[in-house]
Ligand binder design. Sequence first.
Ligand code: HAM
Length: 412
Amino acid sequence: MIKRVKGFKDILHEEAKLREKLLIKAKNFFELNGFKELITPILEKTELFLRSIGEVTDIVQKEMFTFQDKNGESLTLRPEGTASIVRAYIENNLYAYGNIHKFYYYGPMFRRERPQKGRLRQFYQIGIECFGSESPLLDAHVIFILYHLLNELKVKDISIEINSVGCEKCRPCYEENLINYLKKYSKELCSDCNVRIEKNPLRVLDCKNVKCKEIVKQSPNIINFLCNECKEHFDMVKNFLAMFEIPFIENRFMVRGLDYYTRTVFEAISYSLGGQNAIGAGGRYDSLVYNIGGKNVPGIGFAVGLERILLVTEEAIKLDFPEVYLIIIGESTYKKGLEIYKKLVNKNIKVEFDYEMKGLKNQLKKADKINARYAIIIGEEELKEEKLILRDLKLSTQEKISEKELLKKLRG
Ligand code: HAM
């Protein structure tokens, strides 16, 4: 038996239905808010992720599915959507259409993480990315959309956490202060954090190690190091969030695991999730378009993880049983039976029938097994009388009626 790859999963029909339902809701919600769909390939040049997510991040260093193509080129299954959307935005010269561009996307992402509840190696993100405005009103609006999307998808107990990671002007000074502080505790910090001090000090702030968490509590606060522009921007984001009536918590330790962020970062936390409690996350990336080779255009967006939503959504699916099971008995009735089948399908009635046609009892059992609401029975006698038997499988009653009456009964 060849089994599926670790951390990858098959999506069975009930879950597939629920996913489809959530996705349609999300798409409608985005379209309502003026977003347009953008579909990008799942395979990109590795370089794209090195330049966007950052070389010294867990994603790039440990988690990418990267391979060498036959022509020697290094390719990677996308670990997230933002980098690809930015590439597509630049490559298709989408700047040309107006000033502000708002896209949404959906699809599988791949990260070679240790699988656990809510953490897969192939998972699906639904996200948005907006280009062309630095306004703090856009930040607040994007967070508003995240909050309302989760409401729309019936995800309860959501808390929005926000922070500012400053810009290229003010962050270096903060990093210097943070490094000086952390270096005093290098013996007590975990080995990963000791590497981070040198290569990506901000990441020490969200280390999950208990000892590191304790040390970081007294570390310098990034908010005190923001330049005037970043400080004002962050204050305005908070003001607008209040106007949108979005409850939020400031969390100065939230720095996110991707290097492209500037200024506002945020996460939507679901308390019902347990360990992997970030259901969605995002932030502003004002230098990313430029760094990937485009014009100097600011951007901001978020992505939610569909599998994590499935763990907590209150959206139940109504089981979708067939309305009719068509029972055809005797060779002479095949033609009439299939004619009825086509009429039912044309009326959008969900109908199934048996390919073996093995006798009434056998077929009734099958109708029962798949929870059909009605059975329609056509035998030689009914054919002669130009009638059909409509059996209500729930009420265990039946009647002999004409074809016309049948269609009227089922579809009024
Ligand atoms: P991220 O925080 O890496 O951000 O991922 C966003 C969401 O994807 C997470 O909150 C989580 O729900 C889901 N997710 C991530 N990894 C896994 C996994 N291994 N298994 C299941 N679900 C997972 C980003 O990817 C950014 N691109 C978000 C963004 C968009 N920032 C700006 N625009």
